[in-house]
Design a protein. Structure first.
Length: 422
């Protein structure tokens, strides 16, 4: 179903800013970062009229220094949308929402642009399957994972390509149009496809030229579901015919790679609604199967859940996640007196004195003897009615705080005085 969004103009401004930043950085910091927009090439074609086609290539910034293979984003009408694709990929790639990608922009210039990707689509498919894609796969380290982006007439072709018998692409982003009908879906079903294909359709009610085609595609997809065709459609009604493609590409890439990143939460209810640990294990198992990652829940998600429970002051879930994800506490992030003290202080807040002592002791024994960990030990032992040890640790806290001119010296001294009087 369509899901209207109201943030289009904000993201549009954001993408414009990203583009300006990339241009600025490539000029002013070229010695440390390679963020140019790529190279232009020309190739001969035996299938396209005119016999020649221009295309553009942008390689990931770390391409030359690695042996990795990369997925490829093919951008129809590259003369218009290639720079945006580069900017968007750098933005999303930096946040790990999508992997680094090779971007290929294909020039489809006027006056034959519209005919080329529809009326002459068979010749264009031959050009892609027999000339351009083999050239890219032979020249660069590709993963054979391909996405195609198309706008306007290119949107009809991109969705058509996804379901075409050639099976050249794993995903399609179709902006301002899209073509799917019963006949095409039936042909797709006959191909015995063994892995999922992803289709993202997007339009706006302001685009009176193409909205009916998108609606027809959505209707056909709803009426003829297929287990290997995963799709989503959105209406971004604040956008126009010409502004939509940039946002479409941004959202479309995130949709295709919806389970590429770690799972992040903003509330405990969100975690519960998902289905808790069993659902997380299922998510990461599917993620591993699709992208080759390890199957287990990753450390980033474990960190997120521990911190979420802590920030929302939900001790029940904090204690559960600390036990369930105790392995993450051995990672480098937590190897400091700072973290041992913070975890100890939270256990102290809920009178879990033994757990608090465990973290305070780890902080002083393995990392650094600070006034705050000794003060925490004093508070914990006072809570356990062991006044002798509490006073001993309070005194050490006061001594260290005095030597270091600690701002909390007054509080430490007050707790020591009260313990000695009690």
């Amino acid at each position: 179903m369509y899901a209207p969004l109201k943030i289009g103009s904000i993201i549009m401004r954001y993408l414009a800013l990203i583009t300006c930043v990339l241009l600025s950085v490539s000029v002013n910091a070229a010695k440390t970062m390679d963020l140019n927009f790529g190279q232009s090439y020309a190739m001969e074609s035996n299938y396209l009229e005119g016999g020649k086609r221009n295309y553009y290539i942008n390689l990931p910034s770390g391409y030359s220094g690695s042996k990795k293979e990369y997925p490829v984003l093919y951008v129809l009408d590259g003369q218009m949308h290639f720079p945006s694709a580069v900017a968007i990929q750098h933005s999303l790639g930096a946040s790990t929402d999508v992997p680094e990608m090779i971007i290929v922009g294909i020039e489809n210039a006027y006056p034959d642009r519209k005919d080329l990707v529809w009326q002459k689509k068979d010749a264009y498919i031959s050009f892609l399957s027999k000339e351009l894609i083999p050239l890219i796969d032979n020249k660069y380290r590709t993963k054979k994972e391909r996405i195609v982006f198309g706008w306007e007439m290119g949107s009809y072709f991109s969705s058509y390509l996804l379901l075409h018998k050639s099976q050249l692409f794993d995903g399609a982003i179709s902006s301002n149009g899209g073509f799917v009908d019963k006949k095409l879906i039936k042909k797709f079903e006959s191909l015995e496809v063994k892995k999922d294909r992803y289709l993202y359709l997007v339009n706006s009610i302001q685009d009176i030229y193409s909205i009916d085609y998108t609606n027809s595609a959505v209707e056909a997809l709803n009426e003829h579901p297929n287990q290997h065709l995963v799709w989503e459609s959105e209406l971004l009604n604040n956008e126009t015919h010409s502004s939509l493609p940039y946002l479409a590409m941004f959202n479309g890439l995130r949709y295709f790679y919806h389970n590429y990143n770690s799972y992040e939460f903003y509330s405990i209810k969100q975690y519960e609604d998902l289905g808790g640990i069993p659902a997380l294990k299922k998510y990461f198992k599917a993620r591993a199967k699709r992208f080759g990652f390890p199957e287990g829940i990753d450390n980033s998600t474990k960190d997120t859940l521990i911190w979420l429970a802590w920030k929302r002051d939900n001790f029940k879930y904090f204690d559960f996640f600390m036990s369930e994800f105790k392995d993450v506490l051995k990672t480098q992030r937590y190897q400091s007196e700072y973290w041992q003290n913070r975890l100890g202080q939270y256990y102290l807040k809920y009178n879990r004195y033994d757990k608090a002592i465990e973290f305070f002791n780890r902080g002083r024994n393995e990392f650094e003897e600070t006034a705050r960990v000794y003060h925490g030990l004093g508070q914990a032992y006072l809570g356990k009615d062991n006044k002798k040890l509490a006073i001993e640790y309070f005194k050490i806290a006061v001594d260290i705080a005095t030597k270091n001119s600690d701002d909390n010296l007054g509080n430490y001294q007050s707790d020591l005085d009260n313990a000695e009087k009690g």
